[in-house]
Ligand binder design. Structure first.
Ligand code: SAH
Ligand code: DHB
Ligand code: MG
Length: 217
């Protein structure tokens, strides 16, 4: 099995089930034109996050790691009219592109982008968030999880992206700080009494990776 096949299946799933949305397409096109890295979630993953947020009936969403706002738009579109999404981004270039993409999607009133390293902006936030998506620098994954839990309520859902990394997550001797950070996240998920969690491996056009999902009990 190859990434070529995974990509073809991603395209099939998206054609069948993920309706084409001009604002989402434009967000990707403008992110690429601006030279942003193409590390956004895929369309079917974006819809997956959207569905999770809907199933959760989320009204307040926190996202850590905005990039060009692609996952932001998917998540914000899951919210009721009075819903709110706060997204945290450290890179001013990414934030500028994201703001334009969010505005064009008609979500400027729903989404608030806070510029700065997330560890600086997280302490300014007030709980509770119903849904948290962690997708920034993986070094800090465990610290972001601590914040997500602090900003949660009973019943909140916390999702983390990129928790498999082509199986590199198995390497307990890895000196890759992103792997070390994500392994610390697993320790937290395992050790925290208020958390009920699992992780799912994924393949697709972005390769082999996975999501962790946690329920706050
Ligand atoms: N969620 C996006 C992808 C995010 S990529 C999507 O799927 O569309 C990761 C983002 O995290 C990048 O834009 C990067 O600039 C940002 N980032 C890296 N370190 C950060 C930090 N310390 N605080 C906040 N954002 C950070
Ligand atoms: C990469 C992918 C991601 O989804 C992410 O959030 C960060 C980095 C990557 O493939 O490098
Ligand atoms: Mg990611």
């Amino acid at each position: 099995m190859s990434k070529q096949l995974w990509t073809a299946v991603d395209e099939f799933i998206s054609q069948q089930l993920v309706s084409v949305d001009p604002a989402l397409e434009a967000a990707l096109a403008d992110s690429e034109a601006a030279g942003l890295p193409a590390i956004n979630v895929t369309p079917n993953q974006g819809k997956f996050l959207h569905l999770l947020a809907r199933i959760q009936s989320a009204r307040r969403v926190l996202e850590i790691g905005t990039l060009g706002g692609y996952s932001t738009i998917w998540l914000a579109r899951a919210l009721p009219p009075d819903g709110r999404l706060i997204t945290l981004e450290a890179n001013p270039r990414h934030a500028e592109i994201a703001r334009k993409n969010i505005e064009r999607a008609g979500l400027a009133a729903v989404v608030e982008l806070r510029l700065g390293p997330a560890l600086d902006t997280l302490p300014q936030l007030a709980p509770p968030f119903d849904f948290v998506f962690i997708d920034a620098d993986k070094e800090n994954n465990a610290l972001y999880f601590d914040w997500a839990l602090r900003l949660s309520r009973k019943g909140s859902v916390i999702i983390a992206d990129n928790v498999v990394r082509e199986g590199k997550i198995l390497d307990s001797t890895s000196r890759d700080s992103t792997i070390e950070g994500t392994r610390r996240l697993y320790e937290k998920l395992n050790g925290e009494k208020r958390i009920n969690a699992t992780a799912i491996q994924t393949v697709g056009s972005k390769g082999y990776d996975g999501f962790a999902i946690a329920s706050v009990e």
